[in-house]
Design a protein around this ligand. Structure first.
Ligand SMILES: Cc1cc2nc3c(=O)[nH]c(=O)nc-3n(C[C@H](O)[C@H](O)[C@H](O)COP(=O)(O)O)c2cc1C
Length: 395
């Protein structure tokens, strides 16, 4: 059976009442200031790609097989030579420390305890060294500028911190329009003295005390810690503009530069076309993550699941990972059936952290693992890899 190593949340914990991943949203909505809730739950422009990601799963259905002995089934899956308890992990999410108390470490510890991977965001507010120490099997995701010196400095720091897997996010040449979040007051960097945000914080006391003002008001001094070889600008700032560097100049040449310098596993996240997947393989990366950033960047692309099908149809020799719109254990299995070797989940995990801290995330991982196991039984398979034997149609 599946392995669940973490304790369920305590009685009375809001997150405990979530019966599935989607329900963490309503619990988090009560706790978070609207600017932050809509930043996490929202998407870019009209939210068309996010909706397409979710719809792509609803449009696909399995043809189940019955009367198979599934009593010995296991959700365990190996990837890059490591065994995980389930075929999914937690996607990188920036700003998590503003959303949940010790957000990055909370997500990392819950994943580590449950035996699934966690990817630390390059836009995180906790020094990568502290996260690696708290959860040594975490992966690191970098946002790289197209500037060789800065790339080399960051790659060396990630290696010195002890990370074994580096993910380069490739779909963020520019900042998108997050109109929904902006309408609710979200700006980055946050301006000190922003009265609207101050009121939002004051009217959400649990978030205010547990996140912003915890540890002697440490939240007021959070910085973008992991953009460069040393800590970057503070989040709360009246003058500083977030220095992301020349991200629009980042190109395949820089991937080759990283490949020469980084000796660990190297992945590219944000691949959507078969041509780019082939180029990544040629550049010597160890895997690709098919993703449209959960509909948070481009808002006129195909669904990530459709991209996955197109890419795996062509056949790649390296592992193909997936994220975007996974909300059910059956979605995990649909992505595996579409050719993914492993799947990542974004928003619901961060909202679970906001609603219930480490135990909320443990509960979310447990719910999803149970759903994968239950659907495996109902489809007549004993391991996630056997999903290849089950027929899936598009309705
Ligand atoms: C609040 C938030 C912050 C994110 N920050 C990053 C980031 O720093 N780096 C990155 O590669 N992707 C980032 N993403 C995208 C996720 O890694 C992932 O691609 C996406 O959330 C998957 O879609 P889902 O939320 O529907 O599961 C972020 C997503 C969210 C919701």
């Amino acid at each position: 059976m599946y392995a669940v190593t973490t304790k369920p949340p305590a009685r009375g914990d809001a997150a405990r009442r979530a019966a599935n991943l989607a329900e963490f949203e309503q619990h988090a909505r009560r706790i978070l200031p609207p600017a932050l809730f809509h930043y996490v739950a929202g998407a870019s422009e009209d939210g068309a790609v996010h909706e397409r990601n979710l719809r792509a799963f609803r449009e696909r259905a399995f043809v189940p097989n019955v009367l198979v002995d599934v009593s010995g089934r296991s959700t365990a899956t190996s990837l890059f030579g490591k065994d995980y308890a389930a075929p999914f992990g937690i996607a990188p999410m920036g700003f998590s420390r503003m959303i949940a108390r010790d957000g990055d470490i909370t997500l990392a510890r819950a994943a580590e305890a449950a035996g699934v991977p966690f990817i630390l965001s390059g836009a995180s507010l906790t020094a990568m060294e502290a996260v690696q120490k708290a959860a040594p099997s975490s992966w690191f995701q970098a946002y790289l500028p197209g500037e060789d010196d800065r790339i080399n400095g960051l790659v060396d720091r990630v290696a010195a911190a002890g990370f074994g897997t580096l993910v380069l996010t490739a779909d963020t040449a520019v900042h998108p329009l997050h109109e929904r979040a902006a309408r609710h007051g979200f700006v980055s960097p946050v301006r000190k003295g922003d009265l609207r945000l101050a009121w939002q914080g004051a009217s959400h006391p649990r978030w205010l005390w547990q996140v912003l003002l915890s540890d002697g008001m440490a939240g007021l001094g959070y910085r973008f810690e992991n953009m460069d070889a040393s800590a970057g600008p503070p989040v709360l700032s009246s003058t500083l503009v977030r220095d992301i560097g020349r991200r629009d100049a980042f190109s395949w040449r820089h991937v080759e530069l990283v490949r020469k310098r980084w000796t660990g596993k190297l992945l590219i996240k944000g691949i959507m076309s078969a041509a780019d997947a082939a180029a990544a393989e040629k550049a010597g990366v160890d895997g690709v993550i098919i993703s449209n950033h959960g509909g948070r960047q481009i808002d006129c692309s195909i669904a990530a699941l459709d991209a996955l099908c197109r890419i795996t149809d062509r056949g790649l020799a390296i592992p193909v990972l997936y994220d975007g719109g996974v909300r059910r254990g059956s979605d995990v299995l649909k992505a595996l059936k579409a050719g993914a070797d492993f799947v990542f989940v974004g928003r619901p995990m961060l909202l679970a952290a906001a609603a219930g801290g480490t135990r909320g995330v443990a509960h979310a991982i447990d719910l999803l693992t149970r759903e994968v196991s239950m659907n495996m039984a109902l489809l007549g398979i004993n391991s996630p890899g056997e999903i290849g034997n089950v027929e899936m149609i598009r309705e």
